[in-house]
Design a protein around this ligand. Structure first.
Ligand code: HEC
Ligand SMILES: [Cu+2]
Length: 328
C-alpha cells in the first residue's frame, strides 16, 4: 500500500548499508573463543544484542541518508519547513517495538546472569589479589601462593577478588568474565572453565603508571594435572618452611637460577621488561646493575618506590634473588 517513488531508492540504500554493516560484523573477530561456560552464554547474548542493534542501525541509517539527500533545502531557500504535527501511528510503533525489545533483552540478560552465577557445591575457592602492578593467587587451606592462576577443567572456580591498594579489575577475555578488585571488598566471581589452555589475565581498570603491564596468566589443566600440581606445590611449601635440604629437589632448591626465572616471569616480569634484561617497563632494567645478594633480597622484601615489597618469600625469594644475580 506504501508502494511509492520512495521505495526503490530506500531499498537500494538499505541494501548497501546492510552489506557494509554485515561485512563489519562478520569480517572482524569481535570476541576471543569462549573457554568457559559463562563466556559461551555471554557471547550468545552479545551476538543477539549485536544483531538486533545492527537491524535497527540499518533501518534508521537508510532513512536518514535518503531524507538528507531527497528532502534537503534547495540552494538559497531560507524559509522554515512545512509544519508537521506528530503521527500517532508512527509514535505508537516506535514506542512499542523498542519496549518489547527491551523486555526481551532484560529477561534474556537475567537468565544469563542467573546461570552464570549458579554456585556449584564443589566449587574450588581461590583468592585473587590485585596490587600495583601484579596479580597473585592463593589456594585457601593449602598455603599455596602463585603468580599464575592454575584451575582444573570442568570444575567451577570461585574467585575471591581483592585489592591490596587501589581499584583494579580482574579480566580474562576468554572466560567472558571481569570484576572489580576494590580495597575492603571481597568480590566473588564464578567461572566454569571448559577448554584446556593458557589465557591472559588483564587488569582492565586504570590503576596507575604500570596498569598496561599488569598482566598474568591462567592455565586451565585437566583435573588429574591439577591434583598433581596441588600435591607438588604443597610439597614445595613444606620443604621451603622446614628447610629440609636433603629432600629438596634441584628444581626448588634455594638459589636455583632456573626456578628463579620462573618466579621472576610470574611475579616481576610485569614491571621488569625482558625478564629484567631490558629497559622500558615500570621497573628499571636489572641487567648490568651492581647488585649484591643482600641488596636484592632487601629490595624484594621491603620494596621501594613503585615496587611493592613482599611479592615473594621463602624458597621463591632465594631462587628469584639468584636469578637476578645471574643476569647482573
Ligand atoms: C609493580 C612493579 C614492580 C614489580 C612487580 C617488581 N618490581 Fe622491581 N622495581 C620496580 C621499580 C619501580 C623499581 C625502582 C624502585 C626505585 O628505586 O624507586 C624496582 C627496582 C628493583 C630492583 C633494584 C634495582 C636497582 O636500582 O638496583 C630490583 C633488584 C628489583 N626491582 C627486583 C625485582 C624482583 C626480583 C621482583 C619480583 C619479585 C620485582 N622487582 C618486582 C617495579 C617493580
Ligand atoms: Cu591494576
Amino acid at each position: 500500500m506504501y508502494k511509492s517513488k520512495h521505495t526503490l531508492p530506500l531499498v537500494i540504500i538499505g541494501v548497501i548499508v546492510a552489506a557494509l554493516t554485515a561485512a563489519q560484523a562478520l569480517l572482524i573477530d569481535w570476541l576471543p573463543p569462549a573457554a568457559s561456560e559463562q563466556a559461551g552464554r555471554t557471547s550468545t547474548l552479545l551476538t543477539f544484542l549485536f544483531w538486533s542493534s545492527a537491524v535497527f542501525f540499518v533501518l534508521i541509517t537508510t532513512v536518514i541518508i535518503y531524507s538528507v539527500w531527497k528532502f534537503r533545502a534547495p540552494k538559497g531557500d531560507m524559509s522554515d519547513g512545512p509544519p508537521i504535527h506528530g503521527n500517532t501511528k508512527l509514535e505508537i510503533v516506535w514506542t512499542a517495538v523498542p519496549s518489547v525489545l527491551l523486555v526481551v533483552v532484560a529477561i534474556y540478560g537475567y537468565i544469563v546472569l542467573e546461570r552464570n552465577e549458579a554456585v556449584a557445591a564443589d566449587a574450588l575457592k581461590v583468592d585473587v589479589y590485585a596490587q600495583q602492578f601484579a596479580w597473585s593467587y592463593g589456594y585457601p587451606g593449602t598455603g599455596i601462593q602463585t603468580g599464575v592462576l592454575v584451575v582444573p577443567q570442568g570444575r567451577q572456580v570461585e574467585l575471591h577478588v581483592r585489592a591490596r591498594d587501589v581499584i583494579h579489575n580482574f579480566w580474562v577475555p576468554e572466560f567472558g568474565i571481569k570484576g572489580d578488585a576494590v580495597p575492603g571488598i571481597d568480590h566473588v566471581l564464578w567461572i566454569n572453565p571448559t577448554t584446556l589452555g593458557t589465557y591472559p589475565v588483564v587488569c582492565s581498570e586504570l590503576c596507575g603508571v604500570g596498569h598496561s603491564v599488569m598482566r598474568s596468566k591462567v592455565e586451565v589443566v585437566t583435573p588429574a594435572a591439577f591434583q598433581t600440581w596441588l600435591t607438588k606445590s604443597k610439597a614445595g611449601i613444606a620443604q621451603g618452611t622446614t628447610q629440609s635440604g636433603a629432600a629438596a629437589t634441584a628444581a626448588n632448591a634455594p638459589g636455583n637460577v632456573a626456578a628463579g626465572k620462573t618466579v621472576f616471569e610470574a611475579k616481576c616480569g610485569g614491571c621488569h621488561a625482558g625478564l629484567g634484561t631490558e629497559a622500558g617497563g615500570v621497573g628499571p632494567q636489572l641487567k648490568g646493575l651492581p647488585h649484591t645478594l643482600a641488596g636484592v633480597t632487601m629490595q624484594i622484601t621491603n620494596g621501594k618506590g613503585l615496587m611493592p615489597g613482599g611479592l615473594v618469600s621463602g624458597t621463591d625469594m632465594d631462587n628469584v634473588a639468584a636469578y637476578v644475580m645471574s643476569i647482573n
